[in-house]
Structures are given as C-alpha cells and as structure tokens.
Design a binder for this molecule. Structure first.
Ligand SMILES: [Zn+2]
Length: 295
C-alpha cells in the first residue's frame, strides 16, 4: 500500500506492517522517480517501476530486509553511502560484515541471503556523503550519514517538507540493532541523538508504524534505553561464569521460543558487543572459555 506524505513523497508500506523480513520504502515521485530501499512490497514496486518510473534506487544500508526486491529493478542505478557500498557489491563482504566468517552460521546465512532475500551484487553508481544535497526534480533531500547500525547508514532529510527518513533508527520496542561486525553501539547512540535533534515535523522509520510526529527526543531516549537494559540483564547473567553457548541459549534479547540459527546469531551479535565493552572496561573477564563479572 502507498501512503502519501506529500504530493511527491510517498511511503511504500512493507508487508507485516514493515516487520522483518519486510521494511517500508520511500518513493519520491519527482525527477523520474526514486525508490529508497527495496524491501517493502514487490507488487507496489513493480507498479511504480512501470507507471511512475524508478530512475534510481537509494539504499539506506546493506541489510537484507531492505534489499529483498532490489533485483526487481535491475536497470536502475543504485546509490548508497561510500561506507556501505562494498557490502551491496559483494556477497562475501556482506557475510564478512555480518560477522559470519568462521562461525557455524555462515552456510545458513549464505543460503538465506541468496535464496530468500535474492541477493545479487550491484555496482553502486553513486556514493553519497554526509551533508550532500540530492535533487529529484523540485524535491530536495539532504543526506545524513548515521553510522552505528551499519558503518554508513544513510538517512534522508527533506528540509522543505519537514520530513526526516530515519531508516533503521526505527524507534521500535525491540530496540536498536548494532550487532554487525561493522556495527558500533556507541556510534549508534551518537547517531540516534543527532537524528532526534533535527527540526522535522514527521520522522519516518523502516519498521512498524512508519510515521512519528516530532519532536521525538523522548521516544529516542526510550529506544536507546533498551541498550542499557540489555547490558543490565547480561551483567546479571554473568555473575556466574557463562560460556558463549550458554549466553546464546539464554535468549536474553529475543526471549524464549525463538529457536534456530537466525536467533542464535542475533543473540551473539548483540551481546558480544556488550561483552567486548565490558571486557575493555575491566567489568568482566574471560576465564577458561567463560565470561564472568569481575569483582
Ligand atoms: Zn538494518
């Protein structure tokens, strides 16, 4: 379904209200048509391609739930930030940046990304830098590169329309994702606070209810507080020595009933960031293959 924010800036709503494996797209109905992310709705994307046109696809970042239907627009040039480009250009880089290399999840994710999410390497036609102005006909967007979720996650600010597309700084109850090998928890916080400071009327996100009326500082702080709650739960759990396998199996992040390699990966991807930070601060130690709170 298409939801018009303005005459020329539309949301293409993703399946399941944009819950994973879907993500809402933005469509700029100006200057030949520009699709922002391609993980929303294949039928709507096809309609846009054949009726209004898709002259370019801007990717906010390289995650699979944002590129699922990118292969349906094979002829459109793909743009993204310079930092994220290598992972859209190569499956090996994508797997490496997810942190899959040398793990038990590598084969599972290789199959998932290619078969379910139809990954095909795309040469990035234009790399977009922070602060760069993009023109789509009369519509003006300013790029905001927000590292943390990925190294070069790209948000788009439409200053003349009072709209900021936040992408995966998504204000969901689940909380932030910074679990990629190339992701960064502290950078995520800094980017999220910077984004919340924009004077926009409407903030659009990739997942769940797409439109948040500003100001969003309170909501962003609540969203970031999930990071602290995760660390608190982890700290409690490693009061006794716990191995990697035990930490994964405990499902501190996703909760019980979420089985299988996808959730195994997700647990470890996020919690290992916290463990690394705790080790670096001397708050935890790794002894005989087990993590334990330092006293
Ligand atoms: Zn993402």
């Amino acid at each position: 379904m298409i939801r018009r924010l303005t005459d020329r800036i539309w949301i293409v709503e993703g399946g399941k209200n944009g819950r994973y494996p879907y993500a809402h797209s933005l469509y700029i109905a100006d200057g030949g048509g520009c699709l922002v992310d391609a993980g929303s709705d294949p039928a709507e994307i096809e309609r846009l391609r054949t009726s209004s046109g898709i002259a370019a696809v801007v990717m906010t970042h390289y995650h699979e739930d944002h590129f699922t239907f990118l292969s349906r627009v094979p002829d459109a040039p793909v743009w993204c930030s310079a930092a994220d480009a290598p992972a859209l250009e190569s499956l090996e880089t994508l797997l490496a940046w997810y942190g899959m290399v040398g793990t038990e999840w590598n084969a599972f994710f290789r199959k998932l990304l290619t078969e379910k999410f139809h990954f095909k390497p795309r040469t990035i036609g234009r790399t977009i830098a922070d602060g760069e102005e993009l023109r789509f006909g009369k519509t003006r967007a300013v790029a905001v590169v927000a590292p943390g979720h990925t190294p070069g996650h790209l948000c788009l600010h439409f200053p003349d329309d009072g709209i900021l597309f936040l992408g995966d700084y998504d204000l969901t109850e689940f909380g932030p994702w910074y679990g990629d090998l190339a992701g960064d928890m502290d950078a995520f916080r800094r980017s999220a606070l910077r984004l919340a400071g924009f004077a926009a009327e409407r903030f659009v996100v990739s997942h769940e209810g797409p439109v948040h009326r500003g100001p969003i500082a309170g909501r962003m702080n609540a969203y970031l507080a999930v990071i602290d709650r995760r660390e608190e739960a982890l700290r409690e759990y490693v009061r006794e020595p716990r191995t990697r396998a035990e930490i994964i199996a405990r499902r501190l992040i996703y909760g019980p009933g979420r089985d299988g390699p996808w959730f195994d990966y997700g647990e470890w991807a996020l919690l290992s960031k916290h463990l690394d930070a705790m080790l670096a601060r001397g708050e935890a130690a790794l002894r005989d293959g087990a993590y334990v709170l330092a006293r």
